[in-house]
Design a protein around this ligand. Sequence first.
Ligand SMILES: C[S@@+](CC[C@H](N)C(=O)[O-])C[C@H]1O[C@@H](n2cnc3c(N)ncnc32)[C@H](O)[C@@H]1O
Length: 219
Amino acid sequence: MESKKRFHIVDEKVDAYIKASLAPYSGLLGQVQSDAEARGIPVISHETARLLEIISRAIKPKRILEIGTAVGFTSLLMVGSLSAYGKIDTIEVDPEMAAEADGNFKKAGCSGKINLIVGDAADVLENIDKQYDFIFIDAAKGQYCRYYELCSGMVAANGMIFTDNVLYRGMTASGAKINRRQQLLVKRLREFISTAVADKRFLTDVLSIGDGVCISYRK
Ligand SMILES: C[S@@+](CC[C@H](N)C(=O)[O-])C[C@H]1O[C@@H](n2cnc3c(N)ncnc32)[C@H](O)[C@@H]1O
């Protein structure tokens, strides 16, 4: 499966070794992850999920904002990192995905800690007036600049924005021939990375893990 990918961010053997070395998720979290992967629902890669979990636990956020819920795997992953009385706001545009996520939150007994908002993320963000300790961006790649513009001002001091898929299977960095739609996404992802890097309020790095992660720490 991996070898059929057109672009790789890291050497395939290194990738396979890391994937095989990491402990799997168990219980409901493991079920939600494997079920989503089996059905082709785009969830975060396993190694990026671990990084997200580690960073989120280190921050112990009171408030998390997630853009792109899908079936709720990463919401369930991050809920364990919340500090006392903490909450996650998570936004999903697809009502069917949202309904499934809602079912998973109920199964996990954590609906009270996760506020699921169904709607287009940019529209929803325009109407949010809150501060967050941790923001996870994982929705429409072509909209990342817009999401950043709308949510970067919501990050509390010492908080972080964690954005997935910024290297887009390596295409963001490679000069390989790609189709028009991909070219546009690559252009937008490059704009997103330059915007984040140039933003003096944050310290930003780009990591070649999974599909590429951009982390921005609010000074
Ligand atoms: C990569 S998936 C999210 C995966 C999830 N964070 C996880 O790893 O468990 C991206 C999700 O963003 C949603 N999405 C796409 N465009 C969106 C938009 N404009 N507003 C809100 N959600 C959007 C998609 O429907 C999809 O479920």
